[in-house]
Design a protein around this ligand. Structure first.
Ligand SMILES: C[S@@+](CC[C@H](N)C(=O)[O-])C[C@H]1O[C@@H](n2cnc3c(N)ncnc32)[C@H](O)[C@@H]1O
Length: 163
């Protein structure tokens, strides 16, 4: 898996109906630094800071999407609590995260796993939508009925799920 493969992950936004489930599953609170790896238009990270996270980090390779994310955060009045990184998530340090969100693909999650294992601190929560992290054991799986399909959210905890 390389950067060139990973950018084939298309922009498909997390549906708004799922955002509360993500925040509850990750138990987002005032001590959290919430990373969205491949943050698209910023809707998840904006919700995270509006739900009480002290800081959000929005990592997105596509420059027009990161601009969209910045504008959305500005409109929502939370721009100053979010760091916007127009970068490749394979190259961004993530050790500051207490929560990581990923709506990617199984193949990309597999490729990111060594980075998650090397950099995240024990206790960090990792939530993925629809695609598992191969080799990690979820501590909780939540299924949500959407109008057109079932969505699946996976919660992993570094130090538990990777052992
Ligand atoms: C399925 S979308 C999810 C968007 C957002 N997380 C959400 O849930 O609404 C995946 C996003 O990852 C971005 N992406 C793909 N490869 C990337 C990489 N190597 N570094 C940073 N972003 C990447 C894509 O441009 C796309 O916006």
């Amino acid at each position: 898996m390389s950067y060139y493969d990973s950018i084939k992950v298309p922009w498909v936004p997390t549906r708004d109906e799922l955002l509360d489930y993500v925040m509850r599953l990750a138990a987002v609170g005032p001590n959290d630094v919430f990373y969205d790896l491949g943050c698209g238009d910023g809707r998840v990270v904006v919700r995270a800071v509006k739900s009480g996270a002290k800081k959000g980090v929005c990592v997105e390779i596509n420059p027009s999407l990161i601009e969209k994310a910045r504008e959305y955060a500005h409109r929502e009045g939370v721009e100053d609590r979010i760091e916007f990184l127009n970068e490749d998530f394979f190259k961004v340090p993530i050790s500051e995260a207490t929560v990581v969100y990923m709506y990617l693909l199984t193949s990309v999650n597999r490729a990111l796993r060594p980075k998650l294992e090397a950099e995240l601190r024990d206790g960090t929560r990792v939530v993925t939508l629809d695609f598992e992290i191969p080799g990690w054991k979820p501590v909780q799986v939540v299924e949500v009925a959407l109008p057109t399909r079932m969505a699946k959210l996976y919660l992993y905890i570094k130090g538990v799920s990777d052992r």
